[in-house]
Write a protein that binds this ligand. Structure first.
Ligand code: COA
Length: 186
């Protein structure tokens, strides 16, 4: 972590009362990311990667952790900090700037099955939107299964939908992020 990088980006409470922290993803989190992936259900893995991923390969881990530069590839991790023992990784989210359009980034979020539907995805997306504005990204784009209603809703909540196309079971959605001053509850 660089000296000017904050250790905690956001502290929040999920709908079940669990207090969580969103922090920048770091190289030291490699093992936890691999471990967290193993704990995901087949459905969650499929919805996240749109392919049936059995296990996370070394290359997959490189893509998810080593390639994060916190500028063109920004990644954050959701932690449950526990006093007496190690923190637990509960989710991650990232955006990767498009080479063809540096003000647009591809965004994706994963939340552990046990805590889905409690606001963690929306929280991660909100932190990513803040980081995006800091990095000069104004638009998020995502590709998801047409049946992925939580992801669709999460995207609709982060900004103004400028494209939303559903074709052959796959949805492509582009969202324009609101400027900082018009953010809800900021
Ligand atoms: C998609 C995902 C990240 C959303 O995170 P989450 O913590 O489960 O979602 P939230 O609790 O923040 O809810 C997001 C929205 O979906 C709605 N929602 C949550 N669970 C839902 C369900 N089972 N069915 C329909 N809507 C649901 C919420 O009400 C909320 O909508 P609202 O803001 O309009 O009320 C998470 O479910 C996940 O990891 N899914 C598998 C991987 C994946 O699909 N990643 C996204 C790939 S682009």
């Amino acid at each position: 972590m660089s000296a000017d990088e904050p250790a905690v980006l956001r502290v929040a409470t999920l709908a079940d009362g669990l207090r969580v922290e969103v922090r920048p993803l770091r190289l030291e989190d490699r093992e936890e990311i691999a471990h967290g992936f193993e704990g995901l259900s087949e459905r969650t893995r499929y919805l996240r990667f749109l392919t049936l991923k059995g296990e996370l390969s070394e290359r997959g881990l490189e893509n998810l952790v080593d390639r994060v530069d916190q500028h063109d590839h920004v990644a954050v991790a959701l932690w449950w900090p526990r006093r007496s023992t190690d923190d637990v990784l509960l989710g991650e989210g990232r955006f990767i700037r498009l080479r063809s359009d540096p003000e647009t980034a591809d965004v994706a979020v994963t939340v552990a099955d046990e805590i889905q539907g409690l606001g963690a995805g929306t929280l991660l997306m909100s932190v990513l939107a803040d980081r995006a504005r800091e990095e000069g990204v104004r638009c998020f784009t995502a590709v998801m299964s047409g049946e992925n209603e939580p992801s669709h809703r999460m995207m609709m909540r982060v900004g103004r939908v400028v494209r939303d196309v559903l074709s052959e079971g796959v949805r492509e959605i582009d969202v324009e992020l609101p400027p900082v001053e018009s953010q809800e509850g900021a």
